[in-house]
Every structure is written in structure tokens, then in C-alpha cells.
Design a protein around this ligand. Structure first.
Ligand SMILES: *Cc1c(COP(=O)(O)O)cnc(C)c1O
Length: 359
């Protein structure tokens, strides 16, 4: 080991889902939206004045913040925006989780939380999901330095009732509770309205999934004006210009078209419900998902075998080989046609497997 290496901040990085690039692939591995962004996004980028790129963007992101505040019926000083919700979440960990007591998040959840906790040297504990992969709210009623969980949870897709989420928030008013609503638009209930009632609540959302903007990197947080002020103080101490001019223009255009957004979410929900029925008929088991993915295991075929079989057909799904998730595949909901191809492939593969008496 070189001498300078003892001064290095060593981290085990987050592993993003694979981004393969084949013309015939069906990509169901990173929860992207199969539909394009709202048409106004194309227009916003087409008419972007490139001469203005010589100027720094608005550090307060006022245009985007105003559009978000209007659409969500909150005040501008209750909104924070960043470079994807990953940036918003990292900033939130840095801002709010500075106690000596461990923060709490589920054992099976978004795999970035422990990476940030390690990066920022925040102690943490991970209460186990119950045997059906549901969060046990009682696990979050003990002393802690802060709480974070997604609702619906990832990669399980399981949503918690509004009353249960509220109970976790109300019983933890001495710490900040972050609810990561990356998938809330696909059928779960949002706690954004509760920011009026609880000043310890921060709700984080993203334009990546339900608004088809993963490539643009835009996320947002809703909370009491005091929380947003603290977040901005940290942001301005780190990088004042996190959002560039293209992201501000495209994000504003995207947020303003609620109708298109609701229509594409409805289509995905319909396709998800169809896919659930087909998967059940093929012998898959899963908890009910309220997200744009299904976390499923098969009654007889190991998940890893299916993962490889799908992969060789250029159908990409996500597989988490460690621990309690190793029997499951996380399958993103694509277009109706993509899901038909997936189901047809599984039908044939599992059928062949049965005939050959394979295991
Ligand atoms: C996808 C995802 C995010 C991050 O999304 P961004 O693209 O960074 O906005 C955050 N939390 C969860 C649970 C996610 O699945």
C-alpha cells in the first residue's frame, strides 16, 4: 500500500444496472419508462438558445421549482431540485443524518442507501422486512438518528398504506424521516400533503421513472421550508449549479404536461396488471406490486437460470444474487408488446424444461 493511500476515502460503490446496447434487446432491468417524454420536452430542447450556454444557469432553478410547486400545490420554498433523486438523496443524507444514533432503513431496499451511509460515515441499522417482504412499522418506533425508506419499496414493489407511513413519521418527530417516492405515481399514495403537518418529513421524487426522463437527471424533494433551506445551504456549499440549462428547460416542460404523464402511467399500470396475471399462470409468485416492476420468483425454476436464459435471448431483467433476494427477478414493465414477447419466451422455456424433466 502506498503511503498516500491511507488518506484515501475508500468506498464500495453502488453497482448500477447494466446498460447493454443491442438493436433487438428488450430492456427490463433498470425500471426505465418504455414511453418517450412529453412532446413539449422535445420542443424545449429544440428551441434551447445555445448562445446562452456561455452563461451559468440559475442556481435557484426558479423556473423548474415554480413549475413543480404549482403542479403539486405546494409553496416554492417547500421544493428542492437536484440532478436526479440520487443527487437529492445524497444531499439529504449529508444534511440531515448527522447524529450519533444509527439511521434506519430496511434490509431489502434501494441499494444506494448503505453506500451513502458508508460514504458519509453515518451509522445505520437495517430492520428485516417480514417473510412476505413487507416493512414492519414497529421496527421504526425505536430511538434512531433518522429514517429512510421507499414507498413503494424497491426492489419488492410493495406499498405501505398512508396511515402506516404517517405513523412512522408521527412517532419520529425528533428526527428526519425521508420517504423516497421514486415509484409512487404507479398506484401508491403520496405523503406530499403531509409536509404541511410534519416538519420532520422530507418526500423525494424523480422525473426518471414516471416521467420518462432518466437520461436527463432530475429529482426533487418536498418538505417544510426550514428543511429546504438546510438542503440549499448544503447544496450551495458543494456545487451551486447542480442543474444545467438543458435540464431546467426540459424538466419544466415535462412537469407542466400532467395529462401526458397520467396517460402513460395508466398504460404502464394496465400492462403491469396484465403481466401479473400471465406470470401467475406460469407459476410465478410475487407480492402485489404498486411500482413499474414486478419482483417475482418461480415455483420450480431458479431465478439465476431464468435470468441467464432471458439474457441469451437479449431480454434483460435485474437479478440480485445475494441473500434473501436470490430467488427473485425484478422485471420492469415495458410496453405491452415487450411484455408479450417476455411472456411468450417464458412460456416456451418453462414448457421445454418440463418436457425434458429438467430438475
Ligand atoms: C431509481 C431510484 C432512485 C433514483 O432515481 P434518479 O434517476 O436518480 O432520480 C431513487 N430511489 C429509488 C428507490 C429508485 O428506484
Amino acid at each position: 500500500m502506498k503511503k498516500w493511500e491511507k488518506n484515501v476515502r475508500r468506498v464500495v460503490p453502488y453497482t448500477p444496472g447494466e446498460q447493454p446496447n443491442q438493436s433487438d434487446m428488450i430492456k427490463l432491468n433498470t425500471n426505465e419508462n418504455p414511453y418517450p417524454p412529453a412532446p413539449e420536452v422535445r420542443e424545449a430542447l429544440r428551441t434551447l438558445d445555445t448562445d446562452e450556454l456561455r452563461l451559468y444557469p440559475d442556481p435557484s432553478a426558479n423556473e423548474l421549482v415554480s413549475a413543480v410547486a404549482e403542479v403539486y400545490g405546494v409553496k416554492k420554498d417547500q421544493v428542492f431540485v437536484g440532478v436526479g433523486s440520487d443527487d437529492v438523496l445524497a444531499m439529504s443524507f449529508l444534511t440531515f443524518f448527522n447524529g450519533d444514533k444509527p439511521i434506519l432503513f430496511p434490509d431489502i431496499t434501494y441499494s444506494f442507501y448503505d453506500v451513502w451511509a458508508d460514504l458519509f460515515r453515518i451509522p445505520y441499522e437495517r430492520p428485516l422486512l417480514d417473510e412476505n417482504f413487507h416493512i414492519r412499522k414497529e421496527d421504526y418506533f425505536k430511538e434512531n438518528g433518522g429514517i429512510i425508506f421507499p414507498n413503494p419499496n424497491a426492489p419488492t414493489g410493495v406499498a405501505m398504506d398512508l396511515e402506516d407511513v404517517e405513523e412512522i413519521i408521527s412517532k419520529n418527530q425528533d428526527v428526519i424521516v425521508i420517504v423516497d417516492e421514486a415509484y409512487v405515481d404507479f398506484g401508491a399514495q403520496s405523503v406530499v400533503p403531509l409536509i404541511e403537518k410534519y416538519e420532520n418529513l422530507l418526500v423525494v421524487q424523480t422525473l426518471s421513472k414516471s416521467r420518462s426522463m432518466a437520461g436527463m437527471r432530475i429529482g426533487m424533494a418536498f418538505g417544510d421550508a426550514a428543511l429546504i433551506r438546510y438542503l440549499n445551504d448544503v447544496k450551495y456549499s458543494f456545487n451551486s449549479y447542480t442543474m444545467d440549462r438543458t435540464a431546467l428547460a426540459a424538466g419544466t416542460a415535462s412537469v407542466k404536461n400532467q395529462e401526458y404523464f397520467k396517460k402513460t402511467c395508466r398504460k404502464i399500470i394496465e400492462t403491469r396488471e396484465w403481466t401479473k396475471k400471465e406470470l401467475k399462470a406460469l407459476g410465478f409468485c410475487f407480492e402485489d406490486s404498486m411500482a413499474n416492476f414486478i419482483f417475482a420468483s418461480h415455483e420450480s425454476c431458479p431465478a439465476e437460470e431464468l435470468f441467464q436464459a432471458l439474457r441469451s435471448r437479449h431480454i434483460y431483467v435485474r437479478y440480485f444474487p445475494e441473500g434473501r433476494t436470490s430467488d427473485y427477478l425484478r422485471i420492469t414493465i415495458g410496453t405491452c408488446q415487450e411484455m408479450e414477447v417476455l411472456i411468450a419466451f417464458l412460456k416456451e422455456y418453462l414448457g421445454q424444461r418440463q418436457i425434458s424433466g429438467n430438475r
